[in-house]
Design a protein around this ligand. Structure first.
Ligand SMILES: [Zn+2]
Ligand SMILES: [Zn+2]
Length: 117
């Protein structure tokens, strides 16, 4: 073994291999892959029995606490779009969709806000 290359010392060099592991630690907030069943926003887990976002869960909670009766913006006919961008426009349809998606308070069924035909 003749160090003809002249760089035989490279093997002994102590590289301080400081691997910068930029490990992305997930926040404590668990975002699931399952979207909110009501508005398809990111859900933060199960609320009232279904996967829902904080917005819909809070809305549902307020609604049933106060026994809210909402009037549909669409002349009371229902059928309003409820998604991430439109969910605040018609609370009647949003609540209806919450219930239809399976939300319930403490496992008890809640009185129907809407009569389905
Ligand atoms: Zn939602
Ligand atoms: Zn509506």
């Amino acid at each position: 073994m003749v160090g003809s290359t002249g760089l035989s010392s490279s093997s002994s060099s102590h590289h301080h291999h400081h691997s910068h592991h930029h490990s992305y630690t997930p926040s404590s907030r668990i975002l699931t892959d399952v979207p909110c069943k009501v508005c398809h926003d990111n859900s933060s887990g199960k609320h009232y029995g279904i996967f829902a976002c904080d917005g819909c869960a809070g809305f549902f909670k307020r609604s049933i606490r106060r026994n809210r009766q909402y009037v549909c913006k669409n002349k009371g006919q229902g059928g309003c779009q409820v998604d991430k961008t439109h969910r605040n426009q018609c609370r009647a349809c949003r609540l209806k969709k919450c219930v239809e998606a399976g939300m319930n308070r403490d496992g008890k069924s809640i009185p129907p806000f809407f009569q389905s035909h």
